[in-house]
Design a protein. Structure first.
Length: 361
């Protein structure tokens, strides 16, 4: 598992140390405070390490390979004009340092670059072993409808699509898992397929369909929220989200109604319980509350860490806690709570203490 992440002068983070939980890690904050950036920088090293043995043709990592591979994946994930754009903006030249620490010290790595760097990083600590399973990255949008031909398009044209989309599309096209794992896969799939009223199929033409009792439905015709469930179901069915590895999921609640968010919250905790280390970024009070309720009643043994991101001038500070109540005030969450209170007061006929003034013409 990824035990810790150190960021110094990386984008909006002047100096941040994140210590992760074994099963679940929830990053909470306003838009623009770096939630997605934390997911991506953690994903970068997990991906580079998991692909390293095959792409380097070496059983042992080397500094020369990692200097190129880490730099390429950073540019692939963040799409900066130059690598130095990821270093925090400040007077003069600044140096960015990134450290990844795993539960197995032989996987640890540290890299650095500065604002003048174009396409290279320095490797300060070289791991002595590779990870053995690819991580999964789920963006805010679903990918099943862009899957046909997307990997070829990404690899043969100049484009601004995120590299993680390509990585996930490759996993979506993997063969279905068979053997002893099937029982556990069915346990995870059944509630998802019940919510979708069907199962996910990849046909020979390279298009995804939802198989229902009334026939096959093109994935483009399925509601977007259900497509996100279908993407999750497909990755479980292929074994990509089973037994061990990493899941990085940006705003799981996007385009989902509350009923489906409840199902997603349960599936996230089940995946974490099965051995996958889960990282999610969110500002949904509904999802956070559902995770809390399920942990309190059914998943009490899960090791979960929560991270609150807070603006401090032109920088962002990170506050770590074991529960959502101790990560500091998050404006988006406070607004949800205040609206709930105003709604209840309105239903009870209690006058509002204040109301926003209408704009004058």
């Amino acid at each position: 598992m990824l035990r810790a992440l150190h960021l110094k002068n990386f984008t909006v983070f002047p100096d941040a140390d994140l210590e992760f939980g074994k099963h679940l890690n929830v990053i909470v904050g306003e838009n623009g405070l770096g939630k997605t950036q934390i997911l991506k920088i953690a994903y970068v090293m997990a991906y580079v390490s998991a692909r390293g043995a095959q792409e380097s043709a070496s059983a042992v990592p080397t500094k020369s390979y990692l200097q190129v591979a880490v730099a390429n994946k950073l540019r692939d994930a963040f799409k900066p004009d130059e690598l130095g754009r990821l270093a925090r903006r400040q007077a003069g030249r600044s140096r960015c340092e990134i450290g990844w620490a795993f539960s197995q010290p032989e996987l640890d790595c540290r890299a650095s670059f500065n604002t003048a760097s174009r396409s290279e990083v320095g490797i300060e600590l070289t791991p002595t072993a590779w990870l053995d399973k690819l991580p999964v990255y789920l963006p805010t949008r679903e990918l099943l409808t862009i899957y046909p031909g997307f990997v070829s398009l990404y690899e043969t044209t100049y484009n601004d699509f995120e590299g993680a989309w390509r990585d996930t599309c490759i996993l979506l096209g993997s063969l279905l898992a068979r053997g002893p794992r099937e029982k556990r896969i069915r346990e995870l799939l059944e509630p998802l397929e019940e919510a979708m009223a069907g199962s996910v199929e990849l046909d020979k033409s390279g298009r995804f369909y939802l198989n229902t009792k009334t026939g096959r439905m093109e994935m483009h015709l399925v509601a977007e929220g259900l497509r996100k469930l279908a993407m999750l179901a497909r990755l479980i069915a292929t074994g990509s989200l089973l037994d061990k590895g990493f899941l990085f999921w940006d705003e799981p609640e996007a385009n989902l109604n509350p009923k489906l968010i409840r199902l997603v919250a349960r599936t996230i905790l089940q995946i974490g319980q099965s051995g996958i280390q889960v990282f999610i970024a969110t500002h949904s009070l509904f999802l956070l509350r559902e995770l809390y309720i399920l942990q309190a009643h059914e998943f009490a043994g899960l090791d979960a860490h929560y991270f609150g991101l807070h603006a401090e001038g032109d920088a962002v500070a990170v506050k770590l806690a074991d529960n959502i109540d101790e990560i500091g005030e998050i404006t988006a969450l406070d607004e949800d709570l205040m609206q709930s209170e105003r709604y209840i007061d309105t239903e009870m006929g209690v006058p509002l203490l204040s109301a926003p003034a209408a704009d004058e013409e």
